[in-house]
Write a protein that binds this ligand. Structure first.
Ligand code: UDP
Length: 373
C-alpha cells in the first residue's frame, strides 16, 4: 500500500485544482513544488499593501460559467477590467485594437472608415490567406498598426521575426469596431481580492504540501509514495531532454517601489517600439482600487519592468514557443508520455501550451473528472 493516491508535482493552478478535486473525491494527495511557495506563476505577494504579481500580470477572464463558479469558491473577485495602453515613441494608443486605436492612428471617426482603412492596407500588402503572425496582423488591423503596435513588441517578446511566428498568437487580441477597450472578450473577469496566492491556498486547504523539493532529483523515492503522478513541470525535462530541449521564452522583472501615488495611471503600459528593451511596465496597485482596507489611498506604488529573453537551462520557462519546429518536438515527447500510464501531464509546461488561467482550471477539472469518476 502506498501512502498517497496522487503525487502532484507542481503547486500551480493545474496541480492545485487537481489536488482539490481529488481530495473532494476522498483521495489522499501529496503536492510538491521545487519553489519555496505555492501558486506557480500566478503567485502574488504583498508589499506596501499591494499584491505584486511576481511572475507577470494575471487577470482572470473566462466565458465558462462552470470555471467561474469553481474559482469563486476559493476567492472573492474584484471587478477589474483590463484596458491596456500602448506607448509608441511617446504616443499613447488604446489596446486591444478598437475605435479609440483607429481614431488615434488614422483620425477616422466611424467603423466604416476604420474598416475601409484596414481593407485598403491589407490589399496593398497583397495578403489573401495569412500564413504567419505578420500576415495575420496586417490582415486584421493593417500595416500602420502592425508597424507601430505589433512588430516591435512581438519581436521583443518572442525574440523572433513576426514572419517566423504562428498566427494564433496575435489572434489572442480582439479587434473591435466599437469604442470598447476591454482587453478580453469575456463574460466574467476579475482578480482575487487578497491575491492569487490566497486563492490557491484555499484550494490546497487540508492537503499536504512540501515546498523546495525537486521531484526529478529524487524521482524513484517520490514515485514510491503514490499510485499515480500528476506532473506539471516541463515535459522535456521529465524525459531528460533526450530528444532535445523545447524552446521557451523566459521573463525577467525589475521591481521598484516608488514614493508616488500614481506612476502611470494604468495597470499595464506596453512599450511597443523595438528600441526600448522592456516589453511593458506593470503598476500593481491598479489591479485593485489603489486603496487600503480603510479606504485610504496607498501612498506608495510598486512597478515592474518586464524583459523577455530566450530560455536557457536553469532559467524559469514562461511561454512555450509553439512554432512548427517546437510542436514537432513536443509531439515526440507526447508519444513518450503516452507510454507512462501512471503519469498525467498537465498545465502550461506539462502540455507545452500557451494556456490562459481559465483553460488550465478547466483542463484540471476535466482531468479530475476523467480520473476520479
Ligand atoms: N501584442 C502586440 N502588441 C501589444 C500587445 C500584444 O503585438 O502591445 C502581441 C504579442 O505578439 C503578444 C500577443 O499579442 O505575444 C499576445 O498578447 P497577450 O497580451 O495575450 O500576451 P500575454 O499577456 O500572455 O503576455
Amino acid at each position: 500500500m502506498k501512502p498517497y493516491d496522487y503525487l502532484i508535482v507542481g503547486a500551480g493552478l493545474f496541480g492545485a485544482v487537481f489536488a482539490e478535486r481529488a481530495k473532494s473525491a476522498g483521495k489522499k494527495c501529496l503536492v510538491i513544488d521545487r519553489r519555496d511557495h505555492i501558486a506557480g506563476n500566478v503567485y502574488t505577494y504583498e508589499h506596501e499593501d499591494i499584491h505584486v504579481h511576481m511572475y507577470g500580470p494575471h487577470i482572470f477572464h473566462t466565458n465558462d460559467t462552470e470555471v467561474w463558479k469553481y474559482v469563486n469558491r476559493f476567492a472573492k473577485f474584484n471587478n477589474f477590467k483590463l484596458g491596456t495602453i500602448a506607448n509608441y515613441r511617446g504616443e499613447i494608443f488604446s489596446l486591444p485594437f478598437n475605435m479609440y486605436t483607429f481614431n488615434k492612428m488614422w483620425g477616422v471617426l466611424t467603423p466604416e472608415q476604420a474598416q475601409a482603412k484596414i481593407v485598403e492596407q491589407r490589399k496593398a500588402a497583397g495578403i489573401i490567406e495569412p500564413h504567419n503572425l505578420e500576415e495575420q496582423a496586417i490582415s486584421l488591423v493593417g500595416t500602420d498598426i502592425y508597424e507601430k503596435l505589433i512588430k516591435g513588441y512581438t519581436e521583443k517578446q518572442w525574440g523572433r521575426e513576426c514572419k517566423d511566428l504562428p498566427l494564433f498568437i496575435i489572434k489572442r487580441l480582439p479587434v473591435r469596431l466599437t469604442y470598447d477597450n476591454n482587453y478580453f472578450n469575456a463574460l466574467y473577469q476579475g482578480i482575487p481580492i487578497g491575491g492569487y496566492t490566497k486563492m490557491v491556498e484555499h484550494m490546497l486547504d487540508g492537503i499536504e504540501v512540501q515546498l523546495g523539493v525537486d521531484y526529478l532529483k529524487r524521482k524513484n523515492d517520490y514515485d514510491s509514495l503514490a499510485g499515480k503522478v500528476i506532473y506539471t513541470g516541463p515535459i522535456d525535462e521529465y524525459f531528460g531532454y533526450q530528444m532535445g530541449a523545447l524552446e521557451y521564452r523566459s521573463v525577467r522583472f525589475e521591481v521598484e517601489t516608488l514614493n508616488k501615488l500614481n506612476y502611470q495611471g494604468n495597470a499595464i503600459v506596453n512599450y511597443t517600439e523595438r528600441e526600448i528593451p522592456y516589453t511593458r511596465i506593470i503598476e500593481h496597485k491598479w489591479f485593485g482600487n489603489g486603496k487600503d482596507e480603510a479606504g485610504n489611498d496607498l501612498q506608495k506604488t510598486v512597478i515592474s519592468r518586464e524583459y523577455s529573453a530566450e530560455w536557457k537551462l536553469g532559467d524559469e520557462p514562461y511561454y512555450p514557443v509553439n512554432d512548427e519546429k517546437n510542436q514537432e518536438l513536443y509531439a515526440k515527447y507526447r508519444a513518450f508520455a503516452a507510454r507512462e500510464p501512471n503519469v498525467i501531464f498537465g498545465g502550461r509546461l506539462g502540455e507545452y501550451r500557451y494556456y490562459d488561467m481559465d483553460q488550465v482550471v478547466k483542463a484540471a477539472i476535466c482531468a479530475g473528472n476523467r480520473e476520479l469518476s
